[in-house]
Design a protein around this ligand. Structure first.
Ligand code: NAD
Length: 303
């Protein structure tokens, strides 16, 4: 039977550690950690993710400075908002929820976040640190994947890893983190030809293509470890498609086709998703310890 890489359970364990870390540092720090998640406009999926993040902050004692900004906010106004949060001493982490409305330049805005408060590790300085193997905040989703692999004692060193997807948010930092852990990494993308023969060579396959059910039994070999990053809401039938509750979640992988073939896999939901939120909290608590001059006790939770 394949091993199920249970992100929900691991996320709960890490949250407990973070909660205890906050409690034990509060007296010296004289304030809780603070996280500002910025949501722009009314993308419903972003609304759901921001909501998860706010609830997670509440659960462990992180103060939320979440802001919901209007769809037509100008680049300058949004930069000013970020600048104010950069200077706010109670804020340790800032996350700009992507995607943004099309009139806003993502790169400019990510660059305007203080690299020291960059809770999703997407500032060019922190991406550069990742390339060089230097310490710094890491992108939450790939960091969550690394944590899930480590906790389940999945060996990475010397393994052939294939990452499907080359986005700045997931695929690229994922490939760099696996390479830093001594895997031999190949990155596949939308122009890759003959994907199945490439992925069948993989000991470890990370799928972040954003295409529901892209990967099936012809793409994997036996004993492969499969991480499904994709998350999609598919309509369940007759219901109103505008209502998110009447949809079901699926990933980029047809798990029902491969679950008897592979060595281990991460489910959707309950795999990478909860780990992403938890790594956001871990980055924030780590920044808080740094900003408040506390000992850095949770570095081992971060890649
Ligand atoms: P993206 O659209 O920015 O990038 C997708 C990448 O996949 C691109 O590099 C593209 O070249 C590649 N790709 C697309 N079709 C392909 C194909 N047929 N074959 C090979 N490569 C292909 O998406 P993203 O932001 O990287 O996110 C990817 C997926 O992960 C999405 O489903 C997203 O919702 C999900 N996601 C999940 C979490 C989580 O917490 N679980 C977090 C972030 C993103």
């Amino acid at each position: 039977m394949p091993k199920i890489l249970d992100g929900k359970k691991l996320a709960q364990e890490i949250e407990l550690t973070l909660q205890q870390t906050i409690e034990s540092g509060l007296e010296v720090a004289e304030r809780p950690p603070g996280l500002a998640v910025l949501r722009v406009g009314n993308d419903p999926a972003s609304g759901v993710y921001v909501n998860y993040k706010e609830k997670a902050c509440d659960r462990i004692g992180v103060r939320s400075f979440a802001k919901h900004l209007k769809e037509d906010i100008s680049l300058e106004e949004l930069r000013e908002t970020i600048k104010t949060l950069n200077q706010e001493k109670n804020v340790d982490g800032i996350l700009l929820q992507l995607p943004l409305p099309s009139h806003l330049d993502e790169a400019t805005l990510l660059r305007s976040i203080d690299p020291d408060k960059d809770a999703d590790g997407l500032h060019p300085l922190n991406l550069g640190r990742l390339i060089k193997g230097e310490k710094g905040p890491r992108s939450c989703t790939p960091a969550g994947v690394m944590s899930l692999l480590k906790r389940n004692q999945i060996k990475i060193e010397g393994k052939r890893a294939v990452v499907i997807g080359r986005s700045i948010l997931v695929g690229k930092p994922m490939a760099l983190m696996l390479e830093a852990a001594n895997a031999t990494v190949t990155v596949a993308h939308s122009r890759t030809t003959d994907l199945p023969s490439l992925t069948r060579e993989a000991d470890l396959l990370v799928v972040a293509a954003g295409k529901p059910y892209l990967i099936g039994k012809n793409h994997v070999s036996e004993n492969c470890v499969v991480i499904d990053v994709g998350i999609h809401r598919l309509p369940t039938g007759q219901e109103n498609m505008n209502e998110l509750k009447k949809t079901k979640l699926c990933g980029d992988v047809k798990m029902f086709e491969i679950e008897d073939k592979v060595a281990a896999y991460s489910p959707v939901p309950g795999g990478v998703g909860p780990m992403t939120v938890t790594m956001l909290l871990a980055n924030t608590v780590d920044r808080w310890q740094k900003h408040c001059g506390l000992p850095l006790t949770i570095s081992h939770l971060l890649p």
